[in-house]
Design a protein around this ligand. Structure first.
Ligand code: NAD
Ligand code: DAU
Length: 350
């Protein structure tokens, strides 16, 4: 049985990747290594936790001794690395935590993989899951390609850029078999309600203000999370070693248009009068260093590996709203405890 380690598997994207791999590859042993920070939630994986090819390991990627022992014990064949601190606003208040998890955590994993694979690098892969934010911001025109220079602006994107550089350095220096993908904004079920779309779904449900940074003119390229997971599957199995793939939805929206569409969908779903939810839109102080526009050119992935997104945005957004409305318990668990403290600090006291 091949042993595949997925880090950050209890988080938003990681849980969709774990589910896909556990169900699709019953002859592989899927290990989910996660520290269970505020963003990690084993409820995301209830439907696969009983499967014989799934194993959860609670642990911290910043703890090198723990990571080395785990790799020595389990001798993983491959790694898909998603564990990270992922929220830009939190990186602005606490940059060092992002350096620790995203940079040092990644280097710990690279070192452990290098050590156990050193006698035979064949048939192994270290797959690093990264973001389009490493490329910085676009003006009104153009798309990020795999050749776009790195130009990160937030502590989050700077830490992800640093981790990407380390992954490439281990390929060049030690011939560690690696691949990197840089994806645009994901949305879908299990998204923690600190990010724009799930935060607004939660607030619309509760008739609370929808905080839009600045004028809402910033543009993001949205991809349904299951399409990201399917791209990761395709890249994991077919990528050329040492290469990079951009993943995106060819689906650019200004923030204000996304939220207007969401309001409309939720007017219908909640049986509210048309236009009622839009009245909740509130423009608030802009995010510091706010990137204007992200847009991905995923031609390489489409042409070389034949991947393409499966869902239109309107369809995916409706599916997402349905999931949140059907999973009130999930939402109430993740918004209890520290969530309110974070929310007040981020939105009420600033
Ligand atoms: P998330 O915040 O929902 O989940 C991160 C997971 O990592 C959580 O389960 C958390 O418990 C775990 N984790 C954090 N620190 C850890 C540590 N020290 N040790 C072990 N586990 C730890 O993040 P996400 O949105 O699912 O993103 C996953 C990955 O994909 C990240 O690397 C992120 O940079 C990247 N990415 C995200 C998006 C997006 O739109 N969300 C887009 C492109 C790339
Ligand atoms: O592009 C990929 C990245 O997408 C990932 O690497 C990150 O992990 C992920 O969090 C996401 O980053 P963004 O900063 O783009 O996502 P977020 O949902 O935080 O914000 C989306 C846009 O909405 C952004 O322009 C900021 C704006 N926004 C966000 C929040 C939370 C608001 O206007 N109001 C809000 O309350």
């Amino acid at each position: 049985m091949k042993k595949i380690l997925i880090t950050g598997g209890a988080g938003f994207i990681g849980s969709h990747v774990v589910r896909l791999f556990v169900n699709k590859y019953p002859d592989s042993q899927i290990f989910n290594l996660d520290k269970l920070t505020y963003a990690g939630n084993l409820e995301n994986l209830k439907d696969v936790e009983h499967k014989p090819n799934y194993k959860f390991v609670k642990g911290d990627i910043t703890d090198a001794t723990f990571i080395n022992n785990l790799f020595n014990q389990e001798k993983f064949d491959s790694v898909i690395h998603l564990a990270a601190e992922s929220h830009v606003d939190r990186s602005i208040s606490n940059p060092l935590e992002f350096v620790q998890t995203n940079v040092i955590g990644t280097v710990n994993l690279l070192n452990a993989a290098k050590e156990i694979w050193k006698d035979n690098l064949a048939n192994h892969l270290f797959y690093h899951v990264s973001t389009d934010e490493v490329y910085g911001t676009l003006g009104e025109e153009g798309l990020f390609t795999e050749e776009t220079s790195y130009d990160p602006h937030s502590p989050y994107s700077a830490s992800k850029a640093a981790s990407d550089h380390f992954v490439r350095a281990y390929f060049d220096t030690y011939k560690l078999p690696v691949v990197i993908s840089n994806c645009s904004n994901n949305y879908g079920p299990n998204h923690f309600p600190e990010k724009l779309i799930p935060l607004c779904i939660h607030n619309i449900k509760n008739n609370k203000p929808l905080p839009i940074y600045g004028k809402g003119e910033n543009v993001r390229d949205w991809l349904f999370v299951e399409d990201h997971a399917s791209a990761i599957d395709v890249i994991f199995h077919n990528a050329k070693l040492g290469s990079t793939y951009n993943i995106g939805g060819h689906n650019e929206w200004t923030n204000i248009d996304v939220i207007r569409l969401l309001c409309k969908i939720m007017d219908k779903k909640l049986g509210r009068a048309e236009g009622k939810n839009e009245k909740l839109i509130t423009f608030v102080k802009d995010r510091a260093g706010h990137d204007l526009r992200y847009a991905i050119d995923s031609t390489k992935l489409q042409n070389e590996l034949g991947w393409k997104p499966s869902l239109q945005f309107e369809e995916g957004l409706e599916k997402t709203v349905d999931w949140y409305l059907a999973n009130e318990e999930w939402l109430s668990h993740v918004t209890s405890g520290n969530y309110q403290t974070y929310y007040d600090k981020q939105y009420v006291q600033r």
